[in-house]
Design a protein around this ligand. Structure first.
Ligand SMILES: [Mn+2]
Length: 335
């Protein structure tokens, strides 16, 4: 059963497992990766075998997370065989099939084989399609890492500094360093527990919120200089061509955090960055504040979803057309 609280049954599934596959969403962020690596380290300490199954793209800044080098597997014949041999598969920080990328297909096979050996732990609001029979989905948590801390506490498994750093990475990232509305008293209490267990907030801040290499800063300079505004300055957007990244020798990870920054422009309540992934496809990142719900805008497009104030989607149109199409839908927020 999918529950809104951590059930004894799910705790027992984790406790009695021997070989575990942890699957974060594709293009994992610090929360998805921190939650899966944190639990993988704890499972390993308990004498179990655990691996985090990732797609081919992991943002380079996240590779510093403890256990990344030893515990992650990219998709290959070998890692698929690993998944088949597992007695527990845990999907973390998403429950949307469309966000599972190249692991969706192997996961569907695992579900078909034994749906009782697969569970989900996620803090996103339940969407329409639930392919899982077991799990814990609770949108009241700031991050999946906070949920993972609660799970470890319930299991009675000790925290050490590598586990605490992974979990704190996700909490800091998903709360934007405790400045998002999802920062609850419980979030800060859990952060205190993690710091007490050895999470190094100075190092995490430097790693997760670094301004990046000089060319990444130059890229942001170009993008900031190109912003466009509409609806009396309440909507800001930026168009990003692949050639701009190519010219500076950067990949898409250089765009991370950009939409969050645009949201903080005076007067802006909705921000979007649009990136031309190909001549006829545009990836969109959306952020809002002041109660404007942009998830319902993202959901109007393929693969669209996320949180009320932080969402994303792909628009199957060239960049300029995608921007016009998006703006027409954003207009409904201000009608
Ligand atoms: Mn998250």
């Amino acid at each position: 059963m999918i529950e809104t609280t951590l059930s004894p049954a799910l705790v027992e599934m984790i406790r009695s497992s021997q070989q575990v596959a942890l699957i974060p969403h594709e293009r994992p962020d610090a929360d998805a990766l921190g939650a899966t690596l944190g639990l993988a380290l704890a499972l390993t300490t308990e004498g179990k075998v655990a691996r985090v199954l990732v797609g081919e793209f992991v943002q380079p800044p996240l590779r510093f997370l403890p256990g990344f080098a030893e515990l992650t597997l990219e998709r290959s014949a070998e890692s698929e065989a690993y998944l088949v041999a597992c007695d527990l598969t845990l999907v973390c920080d998403t429950h949307e099939p469309t966000l599972l990328g190249q692991w969706l297909e192997p996961l569907r096979r695992a579900l078909a084989k034994d749906a009782d050996a697969v569970a989900v732990i996620d803090h996103h609001r339940p969407g329409a399609e639930l392919i899982f029979s077991h799990g814990w989905i609770d949108p009241s948590y700031s991050s999946t890492c906070e949920m993972m801390l609660a799970a470890l506490e319930r299991l009675g498994w000790p925290l050490d500094a590598p586990i605490a750093n992974n979990l704190m990475a996700g909490v800091m990232y998903d709360t934007s360093r405790f400045t998002n509305a999802n920062t609850q008293p419980r979030t800060l209490a859990n952060a205190a527990t993690l710091v007490g267990a050895g999470a190094d907030v100075v190092d995490l801040n430097g790693q997760l919120f670094s301004l990046g290499a000089p060319d990444e800063v130059r890229l942001r300079g170009e993008i900031f200089a190109s912003i466009q505004l509409a609806f009396a300055g309440r909507y800001v957007w930026a168009l990003i061509q692949r050639e701009t990244l190519d010219r500076l020798g950067l990949d898409e990870s250089a765009l991370s955090g950009l939409t969050n920054d645009l949201r903080l422009i005076d007067g802006v309540v909705v921000a979007a960055t649009l990136f031309a992934t190909s001549p006829d496809s545009t990836r969109v990142s959306l952020r809002s504040r002041g109660g404007y719900e942009i998830r319902q805008i993202a959901q109007q497009y393929p693969g669209g979803g996320g949180h009320a104030v932080a969402a994303g989607c792909t628009i199957p149109l060239p960049l300029e057309q995608a921007a016009a199409d998006l703006q027409a839908r954003i207009a409904t927020l201000f009608a």
